[in-house]
Design a protein around this ligand. Structure first.
Ligand code: FES
Length: 106
């Protein structure tokens, strides 16, 4: 079970995430703040926006067309490392994945 490191509000939250669940589900189940996931993983709200650690981008892949359109609507800055956490499935090669949870602009 890969251990994921969420950085949020200046703190690091390690989460042991079962393979096959989404990154969003792993965060929500473990109370990681900043991931509202209002649509429950339907790629329809963009409230699960995260930044993937640069060295892990090849493992998590690139956003699909619809996800990319949703990322255009996020409140926090969109970056090359931006993904929607609900669109990433945890796999065994994601051990020590680093994920930054952005702070949305007011
Ligand atoms: S939970 Fe709504 S887009 Fe990811």
């Amino acid at each position: 079970m890969p251990r994921i490191f969420f950085r949020t509000s200046g703190q690091v939250r390690p989460v042991d995430a079962p393979e096959g669940v989404s990154l969003m589900e792993a965060a929500v189940r473990n109370g990681v703040p900043g991931i509202a996931a209002e649509c429950g993983g339907a790629c329809a709200c963009a409230t699960c926006h995260v930044y993937i650690g640069n060295s892990f981008r090849a493992r998590t892949g690139e956003p699909g067309v619809f996800e990319s359109e949703m990322l255009d609507e996020v409140l926090a800055e969109r970056r090359p490392t931006s993904r929607l956490a609900c669109q990433i499935r945890i796999t065994s090669d994601m051990e020590a994945l680093e994920v930054d949870v952005p702070v949305a602009a007011p």
